[in-house]
Design a protein around this ligand. Sequence first.
Ligand SMILES: Nc1ncnc2c1ncn2[C@@H]1O[C@H](COP(=O)(O)OP(=O)(O)OP(=O)(O)O)[C@@H](O)[C@H]1O
Length: 324
Amino acid sequence: MTKSEKNLQAKRISFSYMTYEKNSGLLGSLHDFVHRRKRAVHAIHDISFSINSGEIVGLLGPNGAGKTTLIKLMTGILPVNEGKIDAFSGINPFEKSSAYLKRIGVMFGQKSQLIWDLPPIDTLIMLREIYQIPKPVFEKRLSFFTKQLAVSEQLQIPVRKLSLGQRIKFELICAIIHYPEILFLDEPTIGIDVSSQSNIYRFLREINKERKMTIILTSHNTKDIVALAQRVIIIAKGEKIFDGTPNALISEHASQQIIEVTTDSPIEPLPIDLIELGDCHYQFLSNDSAQLPIALAHILSLKRRDGDLDEILVGLFSKLEGKK
Ligand SMILES: Nc1ncnc2c1ncn2[C@@H]1O[C@H](COP(=O)(O)OP(=O)(O)OP(=O)(O)O)[C@@H](O)[C@H]1O
């Protein structure tokens, strides 16, 4: 099999979490103890896609859309209830075969695989043993990664003493120390500054290009998507609603114009389709001024302009959330 044929395919996959509803108070807890009410949360519903080797794909969607669940299904943390995920033409991720685990790397921005009281080098040496990376290869890679991400000086410092940005960079190094063919990143730039973000983008673009590493990332930071993704998959309430290039998304919503309004007094309560930009300054996520939820008498000025990707996504997500 040539490298370009390797991919990850999801065929009509669905997944539901089973949860138990809880009543409040002591009596409620006693009641729950005897009669537990089960409820299914349909997190992923009938989603299909195929990802080729070397692609950088951004998974987008409003809160609770199912992005993290999808990553968990693709990495084998959770099993699909229906449908099938096929990795590298023949591997079922949930079997967690060492053959699969060696070919993927995972980083959850909100979870750490670094050992808090020890320096990152200790976790990395442990990973070197797990992945059986020859020592000289490991050292060469580590020196390259730490230099590129500007954290060479922090290798020996306990994780708890590192800044968030430095820690995230080491999390990333842990996820790629074995040079996986697919790298999954869940919210990789959460809480880190703009300069560290661009450093990470440059680094990821480079390893994607050099190693043809497939990168699948979820993010609420549109900058991540603009800087990295060649393709975006948008999920809403567990369903796929868009799959294409960022440019295709922009042209599909090219009619999305933004109306900016200044009013003579604050708008309270704030309607869902109005975003507060500052003092009596609002953005309306529609191009239809007839729908503007502000009385004409209160409008001091009104300006229309084309939306960028960020604004298109904000508008799209707020519409989707409004439909709940
Ligand atoms: N362990 C769980 N048990 C029950 N329901 C869950 C569990 N984890 C997630 N869910 C539910 O599944 C749905 C999808 O959640 P998921 O975390 O995949 O969304 P997300 O798109 O990653 O959201 P966010 O952007 O807020 O991180 C949500 O309705 C969520 O409440």
